[in-house]
Ligand binder design. Structure first.
Ligand code: NAP
Ligand code: G4F
Length: 321
């Protein structure tokens, strides 16, 4: 019989790629979608007819219980979040509610309604924050640097606790930055590729950025949702670091993106403004994904130059069209 999956955050970058992957594997896919005055369906429009969308919000316990009763999933993927680090400094309480308490609401609802369901929690390399070692693995100590990171740390430990206390099949994917043409325009990569495309097409004169020095381990999002699925196919729940194992500065990303659009002197088009700097920054992130490679058979295929090429091409087509 076909398995059923419930995906929270199905309208987001990862939720849309994961929904596509699960549909291609024959799952019945239910997506938890919150009520908005204007529905945000851009990322899932092409698969809407195959999805079963259920009304719910991570801040509302009742809607989660109802969604689980209606869907009775074999697998639950908790991707819903206030996922933008910069916003978490301005909205720390909302971020904690959606990301931290939201995860507990979902775990508690699952414990009551579908205790045998396998659960994936979208944890993050932001947990490592002020890193204690490079590269980071599953045993590296955590030190989050933002309300976002703190909220995700709470959710991470809640998942470990439900695993230990109630023997539930709950796994944390500690994912490093992963990007695509479905990435929100406020994130660094998309802000840059969109800006580069506008400059190349004569529709903008410059891009305004913040700190160009931080280093990130950037991968390609469709590959990362496959790692999520692989985690839930394991007989035992566990936690896994998922990344490429390579780290590059924001400046390198910017330079590559301009070059991809045929512009060599990128610094003529980039201004920096302190308003985009964060009160506390994560300076460097680099994954050691050996455990994922050995246990899950997963590895990142797309490296930074190829990722930049994919994203710039998509934005050039969109802005040009
Ligand atoms: P995203 O594009 O920002 O998507 C977030 C999703 O959460 C959207 O579908 C959004 O719905 C939903 N959501 C927000 N608040 C909600 C609420 N109160 N109730 C129900 N749904 C709500 O994020 P993403 O990049 O796909 O990331 C997916 C998950 O992985 C997130 O938990 C993120 O923190 C985590 N993560 C991401 C990365 C990365 O590099 N992308 C790395 C590590 C971890 P709307 O469409 O209605 O806004
Ligand atoms: O693209 P970003 O906003 O992503 P950030 O903060 O690394 O967080 C993303 O990855 C996490 C995993 O590590 C996820 F958990 C999280 O949900 C999210 O998906 O910023 C990347 C870097 C930062 O160091 C930031 O300070 O780029 C720097 N940056 C410099 N100028 C900028 C800008 N970031 C943004 N968004 N906008 C700028 O103008």
């Amino acid at each position: 019989m076909a398995k059923t999956a419930l995906v929270t955050g199905t309208t987001g970058q990862d939720g849309s790629f994961l929904s596509e992957l699960l549909l291609s594997k024959g799952y019945e896919v239910c997506g938890l979608v919150r009520r908005l005055s204007s529905p945000n369906i851009t990322n899932i429009q092409h698969v809407m007819k195959d999805l079963r969308l259920l009304d719910g919000d991570m801040t509302d316990q009742t809607s989660m219980i109802t969604a689980l009763k209606e869907s009775r999933p074999d697998e639950i993927y908790n991707l819903a979040a206030q996922s933008f680090v910069a916003t978490s400094f301005r909205q720390p309480v909302l971020t904690a509610d959606v990301n931290g308490l939201g995860a507990v609401r979902l775990l508690e609802a699952a414990k009551e309604v579908v205790p045998d369901a396998r659960i994936y929690q979208a944890s993050t390399s932001e947990l490592f924050g002020l890193v204690r070692e490079t590269p980071q693995n599953e045993n590296t100590p955590f030190h989050p640097r933002s309300p976002y990171g703190v909220s995700k740390l709470f959710a991470y430990w809640a998942c470990v606790n439900y695993r230990e206390a109630y023997e539930m099949h709950v796994s944390n994917g500690i994912l490093y930055n992963h990007e695509s043409s479905r990435r929100g325009l406020e994130f660094l990569t998309r802000k840059v590729t969109d800006g580069v495309a506008r400059i190349a097409k004569g529709k903008a004169t410059h891009i305004e950025l913040g700190n160009l020095d931080p280093k990130r381990d950037w991968g390609y999002a469709p590959e990362y949702v496959d790692a999520m699925w692989r985690m839930l196919q394991q007989p035992k729940p566990d936690d896994y670091v998922i990344g490429t194992g390579e780290s590059h500065t924001v400046r390198e990303f910017v330079e590559l993106a301009f070059r991809e659009a045929g512009i060599e002197k990128w610094d003529k088009y980039v201004r920096t403004d302190p308003k985009h700097f964060r009160p506390a920054e994560v300076q460097t992130l680099c994954a050691d994904p050996s455990k994922a490679r050995n246990v899950l058979g997963w590895r990142a295929k797309t490296r930074l130059p190829e990722l930049v090429k994919i994203m710039v091409k998509a934005d050039l087509e969109r802005v040009g069209g």
